[in-house]
Design a protein around this ligand. Structure first.
Ligand code: FES
Ligand SMILES: [Fe+2]
Length: 382
């Protein structure tokens, strides 16, 4: 984010606070509940969105050092991520090219060569087939080049490893195109120069979109979060902007009101507002004063979502017990508030079956939720 944007966003929310209004979309909108509960719809999102567009499968910091690897199942695919001797990230299907066994069973480690536990075929961490036991007799003239590990298009940028979860898809040549103008904000955040201070995971019995929607409005803050974070935020004050399929929401804290007495040169948006970046299809970043909370989503089914929640702190922050206690306290505050959102999300999901609502209604200050849903509709339509 450049300085001009930072100041103009603060000006915008100060103006809205003066008018006692959130940013308003022109109209109310409706969201059919089939979006969140139909297995066919979920299948379509899986195929058309999660298997077609760049997803974040890991953070760069999970794959540090030459010959590091991660083996994990993600979105139903067995993946093997390697960092080769040149420091480049490779993402393969963790599936043997002989008869399909899972090649690497350890979750993480450091290896140059991966050997299948079934018949012992092995591959380099570049994915080249290196050795086949009894090859001469059993596999005369084996076209080795055709038996390399199946590679998925991948790209490392901004501290994340992005992958298109389809081995037949074209390479990711320009992640900036997918980020649609958010590159500058990613540079401003500098997450490649952060470390994880605290991390936890949770499974939530709700559709991934119900959870995404929860972060895009401040209408619920003073009600759902009245005993936690609600009192620290302006009531129902927020604004948002779309960047292609992604959204940046600004959620001002009460301290925004003090800014009028501060020279503009000293305005710092992170001191007076939370920023929520929703980067489709599977991360959200909640930018707070001195750290960023990352939410890494993995939809597991139409009504089940796995979320990894990590407090990312600048590498320059002192690594002391005192600071660690500070990060842990912050993570706890955010997760306690989120538990309120997640409980609501699970209740909403379980209420769908009652058919009490054929659709949800979004007010004019919940326009970001409608935009998000329209983007998903568009992406799965083509
Ligand atoms: S299945 Fe892997 S070597 Fe045979
Ligand atoms: Fe919330």
């Amino acid at each position: 984010m450049d300085r001009q944007t930072e100041v103009s966003l603060l000006r915008e929310v100060i103006g809205l606070a003066d008018q006692k209004s959130a940013y308003l979309d022109p109209e109310i909108s409706h969201s059919p509940i089939s979006r969140y509960m139909s297995p066919e719809r979920y299948e379509r999102e899986h195929t058309m969105l999660f298997r077609r567009k760049p997803i974040v499968v890991a953070q760069s910091l999970e794959l540090i050092g030459e010959h590091a690897f991660i083996a994990k199942n993600f979105l139903g695919l067995p993946l093997l991520l390697t960092r080769d001797g040149e420091g480049k990230v490779n993402v393969f299907l963790n599936v043997c090219r002989h008869r399909g066994a899972k090649i690497e069973r350890e979750a993480t480690g450091c290896k140059r060569v991966f050997t299948c536990p079934y018949h012992g075929w092995s591959w380099s961490n570049h994915g080249d087939l290196r050795a086949v036991p009894h090859e001469g007799q059993g596999f005369p003239d084996l076209p080795r080049a055709e038996r390399g590990l199946r590679r998925l298009p991948s790209h490392e940028a901004h501290g994340f490893i992005w992958v298109i979860a389809n081995p037949d898809a074209a390479e990711i040549t320009d992640i900036g195109r997918w980020l649609s103008g958010l590159d500058g904000d990613f540079n401003w955040l500098g997450l490649a120069d952060h470390r994880i201070a605290v991390m936890e995971t949770i499974n939530i019995k709700a559709n991934w979109k119900v959870l995404f929607e929860g972060g895009l409005e401040a209408y619920h803050f003073r009600v759902a979060h009245k005993d936690t974070i609600g009192p620290y935020f302006h009531d129902n004050l927020s604004t948002y902007k779309q960047f292609g399929p992604h959204i940046r929401a600004v959620l001002p804290r009460l301290s925004l009101s003090n800014l009028k007495d501060v020279p503009q040169e000293q305005w710092d948006i992170r001191q007076h507002a939370n920023l929520l970046y929703m980067v489709l299809p599977n991360i959200q970043m909640l930018v707070q004063q001195d750290h960023v909370m990352l939410f890494h989503f993995e939809p597991k089914g139409v009504d089940l979502t796995h979320v990894r929640m990590a407090t990312l702190v600048p590498n320059s922050a002192p690594q002391t017990a005192e600071m660690q206690a500070h990060w842990e306290k912050n993570q706890k505050i955010t997760v306690t508030a989120l538990a309120e959102d997640f409980e609501l999300g699970e209740e909403i999901q379980s209420g769908f079956a009652s058919r009490g609502n054929p659709s949800h209604i979004f007010g004019r200050y919940e326009g970001a939720l409608n935009r998000f849903n329209l983007v998903v509709e568009e992406l799965i339509a083509t």
